[in-house]
Design a protein around this ligand. Structure first.
Ligand code: ZN
Length: 465
């Protein structure tokens, strides 16, 4: 990402950092005493930067594959309410396990429960944990802020140096304009990064523009918000948030499917970044975000897998490939996106979007030794020409040979060095059995929630997707 492809290349690592990158002969000459690891026929590249996920929902994979987006959100309220914090932790561990095995070294994860931090820290992943906030009822605003601050301090005190804690106002249909403003002010005062789902669905568009649609009715009823007045704003979700002054260079706008050129110019002028989740948006029928326009306007953008509840797997190769096919297919133009650009977005682009490009995203002397090796010896790579072509059109997460974060090998040849995969998969499967049984029996409802641990008052403040 920092220069042309190097054939017969090598990387030298000391401690947590890269100390040399370039032709193997040069690197070996500079570091003759270094312990040498020969990765044979592999592509060494920066680790993937996943700019949007919810690892705590990993056990939700495949439960609601074919629901319309509005129904899916409404149904998820019930599903989410049926797990305890410990079960969310098991679910998050399963996601962290998959991240390491799929070559993700930096992850920006949105969580309500906060257990994600434990799972990411155990796995040794780098990233940002965005703590989620909900609240439509302004009468509860002070309580919501106090609750956030308490949860935030608890996480900040546990966070290892490679994980930053940010905040995540969920979305324009679950967070009031006043709460968005209070959160933006709080984030600026405390130097926190912010991520929010923005302009994801046509339901959200209808809600913000005209106070109508599924989010104005079924969803608010489900959340217990039906008595609160809805104000139609007559504008797009991005213009709506702009009115409240929430965008700045620390703001990550997740999705932005419904973003016109004016909206994109707003993001650019405020320095806000975008997390593009092509698979999640297509699978839920939300649409296709205008990635080529983000790129043309110079908006910082990374790829996000979103939660396994929506896109099922955390495979960044699949995200790159899906993005390229969707945008070329829709625009009927191969020039809108190429393989090299996709690899850039999945690594350095993501790092830039998260404000972490000074540490990660490229293989350069002085940066963190966060890199992966992709095995290209298998038949689906032979013969190999352009490595970008091989990565985007041919590779899958199963081709990851090695994942290294801050100079530590976390995964190699199918073996995890920090995690016990059998125990994690077993615990995840148990959580899933419970969920499946509840969904099949139709017993999953907010009113029948077993835990209720996340409820903060008469207005149900629940976790989101
Ligand atoms: Zn999300």
């Amino acid at each position: 990402m920092a220069g042309p492809v190097v054939r017969d290349g090598a990387l030298a690592v000391r401690g947590e950092s890269i100390v040399a990158a370039g032709p193997a002969d040069d690197v070996l000459r500079e570091h003759p005493a270094a312990q040498r690891v020969d990765l044979e026929r592999a592509i060494i590249m920066p680790g993937f930067v996943n700019t949007h996920s919810h690892v705590e929902y990993t056990t939700f994979r495949g439960i609601l594959d074919d629901a319309q987006f509005g129904d899916w959100i409404v149904d998820l309220v019930d599903v989410k309410a049926s797990l305890t914090p410990d079960e969310y932790l098991q679910s998050a561990r399963l996601g962290a396990l998959e991240a390491l095995a799929s070559g993700i070294t930096t992850i920006a994860d949105t969580t309500y429960s906060g257990v994600t931090l434990t799972a990411l820290a155990e796995a040794g992943l780098r990233g940002i944990v965005y703590l989620e906030v909900f609240g439509i009822d302004d009468a509860r605003l002070a309580a919501t802020m106090a609750d956030l601050e308490e949860r935030l301090h608890a996480l900040q005190s546990q966070a290892p140096p490679q994980i930053e804690i940010g905040i995540a106002p969920h979305a324009p249909y679950t967070v009031s304009s006043r709460l968005y403003q209070a959160l933006a002010a709080y984030a600026r005062e405390h130097g926190l990064k912010v991520a929010s789902h923005v302009a994801e669905s046509s339901e959200e568009l209808a809600y913000v523009r005209s106070g109508s649609g599924k989010f104005a009715h079924d969803f608010r009823e489900k959340m217990g918000w039906e008595r609160l007045l809805i104000q139609p704003y007559g504008v797009s979700p991005i213009k709506y948030l702009q009115q409240w002054g929430v965008f700045d260079e620390n703001f990550l706008a997740v999705h932005c499917v419904h973003a016109g050129i004016d909206d994109i110019r707003i993001l650019k002028s405020k320095g806000a970044a975008v997390a593009h989740c092509p698979k999640s948006n297509a699978k839920t029928g939300c649409g296709i975000a205008p990635l080529p326009d983000f790129l043309r306007q110079g908006v910082r953008v990374g790829f996000g897998t979103d939660s396994p509840a929506s896109s099922n797997i955390m495979d960044m190769f699949d995200e790159m490939r899906t993005a390229l096919f969707l945008h070329r297919g829709v625009e009927r133009d191969v020039s809108v996106l190429d393989a090299e650009t996709c690899v850039r977005i999945a690594t350095l682009g993501g790092a830039e979007a998260l404000g972490l490009a000074d540490r990660v995203g490229s293989l350069e002397t002085g940066k963190a030794a966060d890199f992966i090796a992709v095995d290209v010896s298998d038949s689906h790579f032979v013969p190999i020409g352009d490595p970008y072509s091989a990565l985007v059109y041919g590779a899958n997460q199963e081709d990851i040979l090695l994942t290294c974060i801050a100079g530590r090998v976390m995964y190699r040849d199918g073996v995890f060095t920090t995690l016990d995969p059998d125990a994690i998969r077993g615990a995840g499967a148990k959580v899933r059995e419970k969920l499946r049984a509840r969904v099949d029996e139709g017993r999953v409802q907010v009113g029948a929630a077993e835990s209720g641990w996340w409820r903060t008052g008469p207005d149900i403040e629940t976790t989101g997707v």
